[in-house]
Ligand binder design. Structure first.
Ligand code: ATP
Ligand code: MG
Length: 418
């Protein structure tokens, strides 16, 4: 038997209502905040991700699904959505339209990681990107959307963590201060971090190894090493959140794993998720459009992981399946009469099904129960002769007779009103 790939999951029909709820909520909230959907390709040239995400990040170092096209071009399954969105923004000159351009996307992402609960190799993200506006109000708007979206789904135990990385020009100064500090802790940090110390010292703050967290507990804070302008921006973002009562907590260690972030960074964590506790994250990436060949364009965005939301979603929020009808036609005339009625009912918007193999009423009713249909329409030879069908409520077992002449309207009225 051929099995699915490790870390790549099927989403089975029983889970679909949960997923639709999340996806519909994402679309609804994105639109409420003025974002428009963009659908981007699932694969791009490798260089796009290597250039934007950064060579020393986990994603580019070890998580990308990269393969050679038939002509030798290196292609990669997208590990995240921002790079593709920015490529598209530049390629289609979206910056010529009114700014900000507010885009959102939903879809699968691919990373070669060690699969575990809430960590897959194919997973799904909802993400937004706001391009062309540097004002702190834009940060607050994106953060509000993120928070309100989670709130609408009643996800428990969430915290919005906030930090700033300052401007690009602040980075080398802080890197030096941090590197000097880390040199004094070199023997206490993990081998990975010893390497990061040289290549990307900020990432040491991001390391989950307890020894590294301990060693860096009193590391110099980035906030003390950024320009007054960057600090003021951050103050205004915080004020913007407070003005609409969005709670947040400051986390000076929050550096995020991708190179393109500047200024405001954030992550929403959940106390109910164990080790994989981030449900969403993002930040400003004011330099990325230029890195990818566009004009100077400030931008900010986030991405949330839909699998982790699905794990957290309270079950009672997931809608019950809508009432559905099983049409039980049996006997020669009954079967013949049931067929066009089934078609008319479907055209009237009633979700209806049947089983062509069943030939007795008993077999039909058993099948209707198995399919969890709320009602069964019974049409045997007698009913066909009389021009009447019997509508049976499968829960209360109450039955009523309905003439064929008004059947579509009557059944639709009973099933669709709920
Ligand atoms: P983590 O620290 O969990 O590895 P990350 O920083 O790599 O997360 P981002 O690139 O910021 O994650 O992606 C945004 C969100 O996408 C995460 O907060 C998470 O909810 C989700 N996500 C990331 N990687 C995976 C994965 N392999 N499987 C499922 N969800 C994921
Ligand atoms: Mg990761």
């Amino acid at each position: 038997m051929i099995k699915g790939i490790k870390g790549v999951k099927d989403i089975l029909p029983d889970q679909i209502d949960r997923w639709l709820l999340i996806e519909n909520s994402a679309r609804r909230y994105a639109r409420l905040y003025g974002f428009r959907e963009i659908r981007l390709p699932i694969f791009e040239v490798t260089d796009l991700f290597a250039r934007s995400i950064g060579a020393t990040t986990d994603i580019v170092e070890k998580e990308m699904y990269t393969f050679a096209d038939r002509d030798g071009t290196s292609l990669t399954l997208r590990p995240e959505g921002t790079a593709g969105a920015v490529r598209s923004y530049i390629e289609h000159n979206l910056g010529a339209s009114p700014l900000p351009q507010k885009l959102f996307y939903l879809g699968p992402m691919f990373r070669h990681e060690r699969p575990q609960a809430g960590r897959l190799r194919q997973f799904h993200q909802f993400g937004v990107e706001l391009l062309g506006v540097a004002a702190p109000e834009a940060d607050a708007e994106v953060l509000s959307l993120l928070w309100r979206f989670f709130h609408a789904l009643s996800l428990p135990g969430l915290t919005l963590e906030l930090n700033t990385l300052g401007e690009t020009e602040d980075r080398p100064r802080y890197k030096k201060v941090l590197r000097d500090f880390l040199e004094t802790k070199k023997s206490a940090i993990c081998a990975n971090c010893q390497r990061r110390l040289e290549t990307n010292p900020l990432r040491v703050l991001d390391c989950k190894v307890p020894g590294c967290r301990e060693a860096t507990a009193d590391a110099p804070s980035i906030i003390d090493h950024i320009s007054p302008r960057a600090r003021e921006h951050f103050e205004e973002v915080k004020a913007g959140l407070s003005a609409v009562n969005i709670p947040f907590s400051l986390n000076p260690r929050l550096v995020r794993g991708l190179d393109y972030y500047t200024s405001t960074t954030f992550e929403v964590t959940c106390t109910h998720l164990g080790a994989q506790n981030a449900v969403g994250a993002g930040g400003r990436y004011d330099g990325l459009v230029e890195v990818l060949g566009g004009g100077p364009t400030p931008a900010i965005g986030f991405a949330v992981g839909l699998e982790r939301i699905a794990l957290l979603l309270p079950g009672d929020l997931v809608p019950q399946p809508s009432p559905s009808l099983y049409v039980a036609g049996f006997g020669r005339d009954g079967t013949r009469a049931a067929y066009p009625l089934l078609d008319s009912l479907r055209q009237a918007g009633v979700e209806a099904t049947c089983d062509y193999r069943s030939t007795t009423l008993k077999a039909h009713l058993r099948q209707a129960d198995r399919l969890h249909c709320s009602h069964t329409l019974i049409i045997g030879d007698d009913e066909a002769t009389k021009g009447m069908a019997i509508l049976r409520n499968m829960v209360s077992k109450v039955q009523e007779e309905i003439p064929f002449s008004s059947l579509v309207n009557d059944v639709a009225a009973r099933l669709l009103k709920v």
